[in-house]
Design a protein around this ligand. Structure first.
Ligand SMILES: [Zn+2]
Length: 238
């Protein structure tokens, strides 16, 4: 009888202790209100968007490639279309054609300097830069093969003949137009000024990345890098 009481008491104490621990633990674990909103308004960060957008599939228009996330050397986009002497994935090519037409109305004449580049093309481009400037410098402005958005067929370098492929392009009418209007056509300026320590690349006001109008608009309005938007770590090194 005493032993049964003792066992029952011990069980009750254990249960009580568990409840106290569990309750205090859940209090500690409760997130502060509006933790996810911060300065970004209604956009939820930290992976909530990942479920909506397929960022891990190379064939997805949302795939994120950076110094930490590579592409297969054999990856070639399935639906490349010709545009301006280059190639882009067909949905990006259609959007690019609309962007160029709209800019023309504003008296800005963009030409496509670079679109899709194969893995081998990128190896050639990167290798030449390494020869010229060394690895450390080249890595600030050129992707290693397998890490370029150009291999995705979703990135375009645009120029107007003024400050082409130079940071001063950002101060030209063309550069300003791209920053302001790209998202309306589904593109974002991917490597922005002041974000070098987040993107791992120098400021490239001429390099725009296709994401579709919906996601491009959200990312543009958030003011975040693509990595930040999806709660990924900054990709500053390989
Ligand atoms: Zn580029």
């Amino acid at each position: 009888m005493h032993r049964k009481l003792l066992v029952a008491s011990i069980l009750l104490m254990l249960l009580g202790g568990y409840l106290i621990f569990f309750r205090s633990d859940s209090k500690v674990a409760a997130p502060p209100p509006n933790a996810a909103s911060g300065k970004t308004g209604s956009i939820k960060l930290g992976g909530d968007e990942t479920g909506k957008y397929t960022i891990d599939n190379q064939n997805s228009v949302y795939f994120i490639v950076n110094k930490q996330r590579g592409l297969d050397s054999s990856f070639i986009p399935k639906n490349l279309a010709a545009i301006g002497g280059n190639q882009l994935r067909s949905d990006a090519a259609n959007a690019m054609s609309q962007l160029i037409t709209a800019a023309n109305v504003d008296n800005i004449n963009f030409k496509i300097i670079s679109g899709y580049r194969s893995y081998n093309d990128q190896a050639g481009v990167y290798g030449a830069y390494v020869k010229k400037d060394g690895v450390a410098k080249a890595d600030t402005y050129s992707a290693r093969p397998g890490h370029s958005e150009h291999q995705l067929g979703l990135a375009t370098d645009l120029g107007t003949g003024t400050c082409d492929l130079q940071t001063c392009f950002g101060d030209t009418a063309g550069g300003k137009w791209l920053l302001k209007n790209s998202a309306k056509y589904g593109f974002i300026v991917r490597y922005q000024k002041g974000k070098e320590n987040l993107t791992g690349y120098q400021y490239e006001p001429w390099h725009i990345r296709y994401l579709g109008i919906g996601l491009a608009t959200k990312v543009h309005k958030s003011g975040l890098t693509l990595e930040q938007f999806f709660g990924l770590s900054p990709a500053i090194s390989y």
